[in-house]
Design a protein around this ligand. Structure first.
Ligand code: P6P
Length: 283
């Protein structure tokens, strides 16, 4: 596992350099979710694939930018599901973006997640790694290495509200929930980049990030294997919760297809409790 984390550190510097030096135009292709691919999406995906090709414990790769499962090492142990550059369209307005990694052993489902990691490409490059039975650990790039900063913990209640999805397509109960948070004094913090938006709530010690099912996207937008489950693990290990719109832990998801999505709520305990109350979920 250490080799995987060290490889992610190398990947982080290479993708950060690509962000700063590459062409921001669109490639003439789409990803598996039918989204136009930026050249930077494709380039970041290639960087990651090349980096893990030489890591013997990595058996397979599943990428947001590719359809199926890429077999790397038959004798490997782990499958890494990743979003190489989440929120890449924000690069051309100079906002932060990120890479997300879910490390699985065996069948690709939440309960088989062994560890997760994400990188934030912002004013600084930051990396957070979560493993079982310990708090997530924050690292910060200093020169050409990563310095360990400390652990990440969510408090009981926060002040930040990151409401995703098109508001015109929210359900009445979801609008009621979001309005209740704002009436309680929460501040809007939403950039449209899942990684920096969730990173901010983690580092500020609490709040709610939501991307619900909507009338235009009933199963939400965020992908289970390489966005939702890795961050669900992060939030649970930090002392918070991560559930879907039925109240099920996102760590219990069993995708039927590598690109399946799920409605998702990530938050500290107070915000999740209020969600369950308003949505009428069993506690
Ligand atoms: P919306 C970026 O495209 C992304 O996949 C996530 O990073 C982000 O949280 C979400 O979509 C934003 O979606 O519909 O709120 O613009």
């Amino acid at each position: 596992m250490k080799t995987i984390f060290e490889t992610i550190k190398t990947i982080a510097f290479e993708i950060d350099n690509a962000i700063k030096t590459s062409d921001l135009g669109y490639s003439n292709s789409e990803n598996s979710s039918g989204e136009d691919q930026l050249k930077l999406d494709v380039q970041s995906d290639i960087i990651i694939e090349k980096a893990f090709a030489s890591v013997s414990v990595v058996k397979n790769l599943v990428s947001e930018e590719k359809e199926g499962v890429l077999e790397l090492n038959d004798l490997g142990t782990y499958t890494i599901c990743y979003d190489p550059l989440d929120g890449s369209s924000l690069v051309d307005v100079n906002l932060s973006v990120g890479s997300i990694f879910g490390i699985y052993e065996g069948e690709l489902k939440g309960s088989n997640l062994v560890a997760s990691a994400y990188v934030v490409y912002g004013p600084r490059i930051e990396l957070v790694i979560a493993e079982h039975n310990q708090k997530p650990v924050l690292y910060r790039a200093v020169g050409n290495t990563f310095k360990e900063i400390g652990t990440v913990t969510l408090g009981k209640k926060g002040k930040l509200n990151a409401p995703g999805g098109t508001q015109a397509h929210w359900s009445d109960v979801h609008k009621k929930y979001i309005d209740a948070l704002f009436s309680d004094g929460y501040r809007l913090r939403y950039s449209g980049g899942m990684v920096p938006d969730l990173h901010q709530i983690l580092l500020k010690g609490g709040g709610m990030f939501s991307y619900p099912g909507t009338t235009d996207k009933p199963n939400g937008k965020l992908r289970q294997l390489f966005e939702v489950i890795p961050f669900a693990f992060m939030y649970e290990q930090a002392g918070g919760q991560a559930i879907d719109d039925k109240g099920m832990r996102l760590m219990e998801l069993v995708p039927s297809h590598p690109h399946d999505t799920s409605p998702c709520f990530f938050g500290s305990n107070s915000e999740i409790l209020k969600l369950k109350e308003l949505y009428g979920m069993k506690n």
